[in-house]
Design a protein around this ligand. Sequence first.
Ligand SMILES: Cc1ncc(COP(=O)(O)O)c(C=O)c1O
Length: 237
Amino acid sequence: MLIAQHNAELAERAARVIPGGVNSSNRRLPWPLAVVSAQGATFTDADGTTYLDYHAAFGPLILGHNHPRVNAAVRDVMERLDIIGAGVTELEVQLAETLCRHIPSAERVLLTNSGSEATFAALRLARAVTGRNTIVKFQGTYHGWHDAVLMNVISPPEKIGRKDPLSLGMLPETIEHTLVLPFNDIEALQTTVEQRGDEIAAFIVEIIPHNIGCVLPRPEFLRALRSLCDAHGIVLI
Ligand SMILES: Cc1ncc(COP(=O)(O)O)c(C=O)c1O
């Protein structure tokens, strides 16, 4: 049973039993916040303050919190099906079919629980099909918390142009196998592919890097990326 408490009390309890007091470092705030309910465009904290939620859980809440039709659909499925450890369910097939129908380049879909698992699987697949080990990301892009990509997101100026891993405990050999290039820089792309193209399994790119202020890609940069990858047998993620 939940016992209503104030933000500060809940944050203090959380800090005692959850590392950093939150279940993702991305949810950490400089002040205590414990959310007790959410509806539509707002959520309410344990002190009774209601906020307009511009954050929207980093994006997925496009229909707002607790949309009645979404909740009804989830409740309906929960009455007859929960987690199954073998085979497939019709709902998974329906979702994959819908995604393939709406995303022109999608032929098949692997459903994962988080973006980090998706980028991990995509990079592993790229290494498997190319037989190469190096991957390339760009300064300012975020692709999740695993060792191959958790670097050079919001880097301080003195770290730009160098490796900037975001955590202790990351494997140096894995960090070594990721190259970091400046975003929107066609020349850096060309030079890297000329010099090391036959080692590169994949380029991974966030088309609009959101952590550094939603920087727009130059269209010619994306075109160069696509054609260099095609020409050198490199997977573009
Ligand atoms: C472009 C991109 N890729 C991967 C991720 C990682 O996703 P997750 O936080 O679900 O592991 C994010 C998360 O913000 C993202 O924006």
